[in-house]
Structure formats: C-alpha cells, structure tokens
Write a protein that binds this ligand. Sequence first.
Ligand code: SF4
Length: 337
Amino acid sequence: MSTLLEIDELVVTYRSSGTLGQWLSRQSAPRVHAVDGVSLRLSKGDSLGLVGESGCGKSTLGRAVLRLTPPTSGKVLFDGQDVLALRGAALMEFRRRAQMVFQDPFGSLNPRLTVFETLAEVLEVHDICPPGERRERVLSLMRQVGLSPALADRKGRALSGGQCQRVGIARALAIGAELIVADEPVSALDVSIQAQILNLLSQLREHGNLTLLFIAHDLGVVRYLCQRVAVMYLGRIVEAGPVERVFDDPCHPYTRSLIEAIPSMNPDAGIPGQSVQGEPPSPRDRPDGCPFHPRCPKAMPECKSGSPPSVREARGRHVWCLLYPESSDATRSEAIY
Ligand code: SF4
C-alpha cells in the first residue's frame, strides 16, 4: 500500500508564558517542546491510534500535521508533497484532502446554520458540485453517515452531540477528504453514541478508502478502531506497533501501565491495575535521560542521565526503552513508524 502521510522528525515548540521573575527581569521564558522529534508513516487506508495522557503532545502533533499549528522543524509529506511548503491553490487542495474532526461536536459547527447549509457551504467553497445538485448531494451525504434526511433543515444547536459529530464527518466526506485527523472525536459522547460513531469511522475506512489518524486517551477505543498504535509520552513516541501486539504484550513500562489500567469486560478479571504513578513532569522541566524515569517502576541508574533512549526493536514493534538491546543501524534508519 502506498504511503499517504509521512511525518519526519517533527518538532513543535512554543515559548511558555514564563514566571513573574522572568517577566520582571525581562528574561525570555524557556521554550517548551510539545512535540519532540516524532516520525510516523501512514499508508493509504491505514488507521493509526495516537495515545497518551493529556498534555503529552498528541493533539499538537495532529494540528501540526494539518498546518493548524506551525511546526518548528521537521517535515510532513502528504502524497509526496511537502505540506509545510504548500501555498495558494496547492494549500487549498491539501485542505480539501486532509481534514480534522474535533472533540467538541457542538463547538465545531455553526449553531445558526442548518445541516443543509453547513454541508452545502463546503460544497460551494470547494466548488464540488453545481448549485442545482447540492440538495441531492447533501441528502446523500447525510444518508452515508447515518443521519436522517428529515434533519436537513434543523439548526446545529437543535442536534444531539452524536448528530453533530456525524455532520462533522459528513463535512469532511463532502469535499472528498482522504485523510481524517480525528482528535478525541467520541470522548464527549455517551457510550452508546460513541460505538455508533466508531462503527461509522470504521466502515468509512474500510469501504471509503479513508486514512485515519485517531487521537485518543481511551485505549479501548483505539484497540477497537485502529490497526496500529503509537504511544506518546512528553512529546515523544515511546512504543509503536500493530495494535494486537502492543495491547496483548506491551514492552515499554509506560504502555504497560496504561494497558493494565483498562477496565476489563470480564466480571472475573478483578480490579484493573493502577494507572501510571504520579503526574507527568512539566514539558518546561523535562528530566534528563529517559523522560519517563521519575515514574518508571523499572528505572535503572543509566535511565537517569544522557539523551532519551534511541529506538530499539522488541517483539515485533519499535520501542524507546533501555530495557531492550540496541537495534541495528538498519532498524534505526527504518524506524519511521
Ligand atoms: Fe523505564 Fe529506563 Fe525504560 Fe525509561 S529507559 S522506560 S526509565 S526502564
């Protein structure tokens, strides 16, 4: 399968607001690394789940891929084109082909527009179909995402959260999006509605040839929907691989703690393990060595200094942890996941 999206050593930093002391002494506040050298690759039709605790940089990464947040360095290639260099019509075409679905289903729609107006507007802006055919096209899109055509003239504020999220997905499909970056798209919805939206995304990926970068803190949702998973901690990927391998046999101690904390559907399984101990360090004050060492139950003296661990290959996936033997040069050079 050919590559659709390639993220190479992407870095996003921003200047923190700083302390009062820094402000008084006119010192500039330190730069915070929200995303710190992330490399990922998605083939056409792929679904990659990006997981990690809140504040780990996963949403910033998703936004930087779509140029909604400016990266500091690194590359994003979409279908072979350098996204960060696109201008004018080429940028507009990228915006048509790569879309974001946001967490807040209500906030992402104009509450004063009807469903028809919302979808017809994007068809018009991108000059997708003649005005006379727009109503039929909108109704067809609504059916595709499981919305009754009877809702076409209802305003955004009169829709439920699940209906709004379906309109958001229909808006991406209306303009022929090939890549959807979905940022926690179901976390604000009731559990039964979550399942419907996940099924919809799954069907669209299988039959509509969509590629999905799915950002979530809920690992169960990623396991259900995605083929591959990348786990982020303090702006870096710490483990990446096929979903079954990573979930059934996690290598990195951070991944293991996240997975052990997932409640089981089996009533005999007992109480889930405790999630990761303590709070993640501030990205303003990142520890030396492995950034996870202050919370890691397996930390060794060598984890506490030097550079963060380089990539290693362990049990069929990539892992950034000193517990595993150094990988070969070949593995390192291929380790764009
Ligand atoms: Fe833990 Fe050391 Fe591995 Fe980091 S490198 S996850 S501190 S064992």
